[in-house]
Design a protein around this ligand. Structure first.
Ligand SMILES: *[C@@H]1O[C@H](CO)[C@@H](O)[C@H](O)[C@H]1NC(C)=O
Ligand SMILES: *[C@@H]1O[C@H](CO)[C@@H](O)[C@H](O)[C@H]1NC(C)=O
Length: 354
């Protein structure tokens, strides 16, 4: 009798172990938590005083319900697709959007703000949310999450969540190459080192707040954005090679930072999600991805318009954004973002999502 019950409990134990291992093998992330700029802002800027906005048509015309949300896209953006790939919701809502509450934010939230950068001075240009303030919002979020889920479950979400960051382009294009201050202080190489120092502090802060799984976003080939090509008019609207070189150099420095953080901070797992190569391939060879237009954007003339200049009454706006790599002069279409998201999900993020 005793023998039988021992056998049964051993069997139960093995079954239990099996399910535990299975659960572990299937364990994707419980939430996605996003910091950054317009590449990942899902509507926070709708709720602050700034002109860096896109909560009007034709933005969002291919979003569910044909609804502008504040995403700088005709539809969804990369972090929405990553969330979906992780088995979470189809969209990552903006923290400042009153249409959502903690039951939504417990599985996905974006603190990102269009127009921001690593450098405080970048956020100042358009009066948007600086990175340090995004971290302050995240601290407030942690309190609300603990109140909503209880300490144990909340701490689990905090340590198992995927933290996705995407910013940096504005530090160069909106700040360094546009405003005089940083250029008078730093060479381009020194400025990059300054930004990487801020990135290091930022990731270390997140780590100290409990984050462990972190995706640091790299820079796209920013010299190929339609706006930069338009500035390069004298050279036949080619990509601005000098800006692409900066993006490559900065991504190399970010990669160095990733290695450094993985070495220095116990249990942290940081990866670089780098959109540079997949995006450059699309731009160089649009037809092999089913695109027809790489050099100008869908919205308006496609040469320089974004935000308020990209308006619903512009007769030049393209009919089918899926044929375009860029939606406005600075931001990819939904289709481009989906391809980039698929790429990083299969590469850098596979260790978190597989
Ligand atoms: C969140 O909002 C939904 C409806 O939009 C509601 O059913 C739910 O009770 C709310 N949850 C919290 C925690 O407020
Ligand atoms: C940015 O501003 C915040 C708030 O004023 C400050 O705490 C932080 O040190 C600044 N960051 C840098 C790199 O200057």
């Amino acid at each position: 009798m005793a023998h039988t019950s021992n056998t049964i409990s051993l069997c139960l134990f093995i079954v239990q172990l099996f399910f535990m291992l299975l659960a572990k093998a299937n364990a994707k992330i419980p939430a996605i938590i996003v910091f950054g700029d317009s590449s990942v802002d899902s509507g926070n800027n709708n709720h602050i005083q700034t002109i860096a906005r896109s909560n009007f048509m034709p933005y969002g015309r291919d979003f569910a319900g044909g609804r502008p949300t504040g995403r700088f896209s005709n539809g969804r953006i990369t972090t929405d697709f990553i969330s979906e790939a992780a088995g979470l919701k189809q969209i990552v809502p903006a923290y400042l959007d009153p249409a959502y509450n903690m039951s939504d934010f417990a599985v996905g939230v974006s603190f990102a703000s269009a127009g921001t950068g690593y450098d405080n001075a970048t956020a100042d240009v358009l009066g948007v949310i600086p990175l340090w303030k995004q971290v302050e919002y995240y601290k407030e979020y942690q309190k609300k999450l603990r109140a909503y889920l209880g300490d144990t479950k909340a701490n689990e979400v905090i340590s198992e969540a995927l933290y996705a960051t995407s910013l940096g382009t504005n530090d160069f294009l909106e700040n360094y190459y546009t405003m005089p201050q940083r250029r008078s202080q730093y060479t381009i190489d020194q400025f990059q080192t300054f930004l990487v120092g801020i990135a290091k502090n930022f990731i270390t802060n997140l780590y100290n707040l409990g984050a462990r799984k972190i995706s640091l976003g790299g820079l796209p080939p920013m010299g190929c954005m339609p706006l930069e090509r338009t500035r390069n008019m004298g050279n036949g609207n080619e990509c601005m090679e000098s800006y692409n070189v900066v993006a490559v150099n900065f991504n190399e420095k970010l990669n160095g930072l990733v290695m450094e953080l993985n070495k220095e901070l116990p249990d942290i797992q940081v990866v670089l999600s780098n959109p540079y190569e997949p995006m450059l391939q699309m731009i160089k060879n649009p037809s092999s991805y089913g695109f027809e237009v790489a050099s100008i954007a869908c919205c308006a003339t496609g040469l320089f318009e974004m935000g308020y200049a990209c308006d619903r009454f512009n007769l030049f706006t393209c009919k089918d954004a899926n044929k375009y790599i860029f939606w406005d002069a600075f931001h990819p279409t939904e289709r481009t973002d989906r391809i980039i998201a698929d790429h990083v999900v299969k590469t850098a993020l596979s260790k978190f999502l597989a």
